[in-house]
Design a binder for this molecule. Sequence first.
Ligand code: NAG
Ligand code: NAG
Ligand code: NAG
Ligand code: NAG
Ligand code: NAG
Ligand code: NAG
Ligand code: NAG
Ligand code: NAG
Ligand code: NAG
Ligand code: NAG
Length: 753
Amino acid sequence: MGISKEFQFIIILLMLPTTFFVTSFPADFPLAKPNCIAQSQCGNISIPYPFGTTQDCNYQHPNFWVTCNQTFNPPKLFMQDTTIEITNISPDGQLKLLQYIAHDCYNQDGTRNTSNGPFIRLPLYMTVNNTANKFTIVGCDTYGFINGRRQNGNYATGCITTCDGVGDLKQGSCTGVGCCQTSIPEDVWEVDVTMGSYNNNSYVWAFNKCNYAFLVEESAFTFSPENFTNLRNGKELPMVVDWAVGNKTCEEARAINSTYACKGPNSTCYEPTNGYSYRCRCKDGYQGNPYLYEGCKDIDECKDSKLNNCTENEYCTNTVAGFYCTCHKGYKKEGQGGCVRGESLAYGSLAAGLALGVIVILLVICLIYLELKRRSSNKEKKKNFLQNGGTILQEKLKQIERNTSRLIYSLTELQKATNNFHVNMIIGQGGFGTVYKGFIENKIVAIKQSKEVSSNQVDQFVNEIVVLSQINHKNVVKLLGCCLEGQVPLLVYEFISNGTLYEHLHCKQPKTTNDDFLNWDRRLNIALETAGVLSYLHTDAFTTIIHRDVKSSNILLDNNFTAKVSDFGASKLVPLDQPHLTITVQGTFGYLDPEYMETSQLTEKSDVYSFGAVLVELLTGMRVVSRNRPEEEKNFVMFFVSKLRGKRLFDVLDDGIVCEENKEQLIQVANLAQVCLNRKGKDRPTMKQVAMELGGLKRDRKHPANEHNYKSQEMDLYCLDDGSNSNDGYGNSTSTGYDTSRGHIILPMNDAR
Ligand SMILES: *[C@@H]1O[C@H](CO)[C@@H](O)[C@H](O)[C@H]1NC(C)=O
Ligand SMILES: *[C@@H]1O[C@H](CO)[C@@H](O)[C@H](O)[C@H]1NC(C)=O
Ligand SMILES: *[C@@H]1O[C@H](CO)[C@@H](O)[C@H](O)[C@H]1NC(C)=O
Ligand SMILES: *[C@@H]1O[C@H](CO)[C@@H](O)[C@H](O)[C@H]1NC(C)=O
Ligand SMILES: *[C@@H]1O[C@H](CO)[C@@H](O)[C@H](O)[C@H]1NC(C)=O
Ligand SMILES: *[C@@H]1O[C@H](CO)[C@@H](O)[C@H](O)[C@H]1NC(C)=O
Ligand SMILES: *[C@@H]1O[C@H](CO)[C@@H](O)[C@H](O)[C@H]1NC(C)=O
Ligand SMILES: *[C@@H]1O[C@H](CO)[C@@H](O)[C@H](O)[C@H]1NC(C)=O
Ligand SMILES: *[C@@H]1O[C@H](CO)[C@@H](O)[C@H](O)[C@H]1NC(C)=O
Ligand SMILES: *[C@@H]1O[C@H](CO)[C@@H](O)[C@H](O)[C@H]1NC(C)=O
């Protein structure tokens, strides 16, 4: 201290505390363009359009460019790329800046240390608010000027303050003793501050070493003697700046739609000063950002008692851009002064009104309850639909370009069709679920209610529906659609009228009427059709499909005894690159391939085995498994094979089908069943081969002349391995079997015909 220095000038700056701003911008009103919400905040400072940090979604004009410096904590907002800090932007047309205080300090020897006070130049259409801000100087031996540019000219003004001692200073008084303030002109956009001392502060140096000057929001600064020492370098004070848009009057601006800043029907234009610019504001009763198309929102005056003048006896009703007050029940409007209790309302009618009110309330509660119930049931349905894979299904079905609406039934539709799943409508019950009969659009359908499908099976389930919906084979029960809204999936099939093969074989009185009886022709036909379906599934469908549950109760018959294979619930799709699937063993005991049971390796040959069992059933009319039989016959398939080997086939054949003409055929089919029932899958024929063979037999039935010829070729085929050419039908081919690995087997159809 105490060294003399030169005097110089100082400049000043700006300011501001956020707390002083009126919160004119509730958070639930739009601030920025819809896609720019993320950039409309800098720390907790809102950046309403037209201000913005990026050009594309924000600033409407470079004037409104602001930068947010995230290296500060909290982040700070700056005007353009300057160091002028912004602490608040209001869409009402004001913003607050912070600027440094200029200082001019002296040492005891009169030498000077001064700061280079900032020089402020505001962007176009921004001006220092001349009523809210004051140019202020603090010191006891000092003077200061503020000068710069306003509109198209220059301006300058200033004040002087001196005092003799600390005692002269008065708290809160800034009137020329230790502190002076002066107003500035309107429309100032450039500010430069100059300071000086008359006596190098030498007479007051003891208590006043530094003088200060600043342009400050008047309400943000109250003079105190302590400010001689506590207004330090680096301190910043707030300043209010007005902003406007464009350099036009409202009228001129409105004429050019494309640049007119007041967007939307609820925004309007006004001219804030005499200057050449305009601003937008929301129309009365609206609030928000008038610079955005849907920025102005209706104010709910009723939410805030300060916004409406309804009295305590009145209801407030919000309206577009306004509100109105109505008297409470029992009160009457009286002149200007609100509502007073009205005598006109008689006691009786009050009671009646009360009663009516109670009824109305009960009614409303009732309706609400019903509605909630309806919704929750819809929700439940939707949830089930999703859980049952409805979405995946719809997607898949879209892929295969199906009309999804036809394939997917609603639960309500099926409930209606089955009389709400009435027991009387049950036509079958099995391992995979319950089957109901139903009527949809005057057509009879079969509706299968699946057993619970666990969520990890959903995909598989859906796949199966999709597969079935693509299979178009006359001997496969047609899947008409499904319903996934119930707790378990429901499948809708065409209705097959004549029951299952199982019923016909085992549940009917044998040899009833001829019409109803499964004679050999019918059985052969059923065998052939079933083999055809399996062959199609294995080789001709878009991917290999293994049925996995071939049995007589899954073969339905129509009135012409045409076979319809059903129940694809357990079916598996075999990916092309994966001919052997290792999966949980599933199927029906008695029909289940023993090799598959042992190894869990699923191949098409498992279906061949099951089909063999069905052939045995067709030939013998016996159930494949029955507890009511002697021990050795329990597994009837094994029993059948042993009989065949023991050349005792005719002991076990169904009496009703044996006659002289078809003996040969029965033997051939029995042999075919036997190879199908080979223990090793690779020793069994493919379904295609089986189907061809049965096809040949059927043709022979029609042309008995060919029978002998065909038979001997056939026998050759099955006796390849041991060379035995026996034609008695009891060939011992099973010991070595039918080995497809040996190469092509030539079937009669392939070459001879
Ligand atoms: C103030 O100080 C300057 C140099 O530091 C000197 O030239 C000037 O005479 C001084 N003025 C007074 C009134 O002391
Ligand atoms: C702004 O953020 C800072 C720090 O995150 C916090 O202290 C201050 O209270 C916030 N101001 C407002 C107005 O929310
Ligand atoms: C942010 O502020 C820091 C410190 O003042 C400065 O170094 C940096 O360059 C600024 N960043 C930007 C992007 O302006
Ligand atoms: C002026 O003041 C600053 C900080 O108050 C100080 O760093 C600087 O050394 C001073 N300069 C002179 C010439 O006293
Ligand atoms: C200056 O600020 C006051 C108070 O906020 C406001 O009423 C006035 O309209 C402003 N002046 C201009 C020119 O915007
Ligand atoms: C002025 O001094 C008073 C009293 O110490 C203080 O509260 C106030 O913040 C000071 N003003 C400024 C702008 O620092
Ligand atoms: C308004 O500003 C534009 C460009 O900023 C300028 O070309 C035009 O002359 C100005 N008009 C008036 C009336 O100041
Ligand atoms: C501006 O828009 C209004 C309505 O949107 C239209 O009636 C008027 O013709 C437009 N004026 C110009 C100059 O495009
Ligand atoms: C303007 O206000 C009306 C009435 O409240 C409202 O229906 C309309 O959507 C508002 N228009 C826009 C663009 O916000
Ligand atoms: C309430 O304000 C409306 C205008 O907003 C005025 O017309 C009405 O007379 C006022 N009512 C009372 C009771 O002050």
